[in-house]
Design a protein around this ligand. Sequence first.
Ligand code: MG
Ligand code: MG
Length: 627
Amino acid sequence: MRTGIATVSISGNLEEKIEAIAAAGFDGIEIFEQDFIADIRSPRAVGQRIRDAGLDVMLFQPFRDFEGLPGALRTKAFDRIERKFDVMAELGCDLVLVCSSCHPEAVGGIDRAAADFAELGKRAAARGLRVGYEALAWGRHVNDHRDAWEVVRRADHPNVGLILDSFHTLARGIDPETIRRIPGDRIFFVQLADAPKIDMDLLYWSRHFRNMPGEGDLNVTAFMQAVSATGYNGPISLEIFNDQFRGGSPGTIAQDGYRSIVALMDEVRRIEPEVALGLPELPAPVTVRDTAFVEFAAQGADLAALETLLACLGFRRAGRHVSKSVWIWQQGDIRIILNAETEGHAGTAWNARGTTVCDIGLTVGSAADMIARAKALGVKPFSQPLGPGEMPLPAIRGLGGSVMHFIDDGALAQVWDVEFLPEDGDERGVGLTRVDHIAQTMTYDEMLSWSLFYTTLFDMAKAPMVDVIDPDGLVRSRAIATPGGAFRITLNGAETHRTLAGSFLAGGFGGSVQHIALATDDIFATAAALRERGFEALPLSPNYFDDLAARFDLSPDTLARMREENILYDADGAGEFFQLYSRPFAGQLFVEIVERRAGYTGYGAPNAPFRIAAQKRLQRPKGMPSA
Ligand code: MG
Ligand code: MG
């Protein structure tokens, strides 16, 4: 399998794009004409530069409004493409994409278009070039790959083939299975793009909202399965028009693109094992069994405050590291690690952000498989010098400077006994059992990268995007979870610093964990135990509880206790959800305590606006004197 990406998919000038594409691991590049025209170098120099970067010039695109033109317009179209053939020869590119015509004077008719392509094939062959025909979803007469294929079939010239683009097929709801009928050697090129399901004009949707395979809602996997079944063995290339990507970091977007292709083709290989894709084998998406630990970097007064909070939450100090200023706090299956080291990753994280979650540990089936899959997806392994008595725990670099460690049933499971000296802390818990979910805040532009990171590495599925209304702006939220819910992440994308999530970002130099949610089997018993320990819940508006009484069939007794303990409530078709929040600590971090009943799968999203308003009330009211 050879991978490619269109220059239009990422930001920067042509040189920056070439560098980012080569660094991400692609084999080739599609030159989008505008990127080339904007460059100052000659076609020959650009072609050489691309090859020097280790990339093939796979495709030159797009050539528009070619087929079906009458008289002088037809002659002009042929003259125009001959000029492009000149450029291609200089660039060292042998394939041009001709997209179906949108010209107002183009005349329909399969045979008429086929005749134009037969003639074009002759001219291309004379120069050693090839022509690929792509059906645009909004083409004037041809807007379906089946019609484009019929044009190519009737043109019957070896230098004329079909170009498939997953967006154009899937956006129009055309069954990708129809691709299986096309001979693989007549397909010259395959472009991939996903997109969120939005009901809008096809052209506008395509030009602004495409995203990487796996980031959207289109069934790109089914499309690629059908393509693979034809025996096609040409390049698989990304052609992504996306407003966010145009303004994003070229390196990150190129990396995401490469990751999305590798994960997609791996998925296709698993579903259609009989299809030979010439792919290196990589371990399956990893099953996460549980959150092994959440580690905070904290020092000084913040460290003391965090210790007080953990004690108040019923955690006991269970161990101290053999050689470092690191402690384990434990309750049920939850391990919180406090790391006060001034050096290494935790020290760096502390310097950059202050008190922060610097590391997440996950329990997986095989840590070795985990690392192998991560490497294949272009995720960087993480390591730092080991201190005395430390075990090398496999780890990767997440996004935004985050780190994830992995523990499995092998020798790694011994890490707690090997690295930590037990301490006899207070044993009284408040009934917290495990980590329910971890909530990460990031800019809205970074959300797709994060969701791709989780869904390609792990066996996790994404829930639909939810809008969360902050009094000062909108926050988009998306949950990603393993099938049984053993590991759940919520991603919160802020667009303005005025939202609670946005001000967290502004204060912390980028995205990171803003809250962790801990599970209990009995939230009322937990709330009572917490109160006894002096825990102060986030105080909610009385109006919230009046509204609950109107919306849900809750007993007056239950409702009174919820009001008293500041417990929020939600229900879905399956079950019920109870939530309780801490007040903010160390800036804008907070802890949530949840009880899920009878298979509730959400995160209490309808309550988020009231929780955020309550959190903002605790901050200094706007325009009010501070005293
Ligand atoms: Mg295309
Ligand atoms: Mg939450």
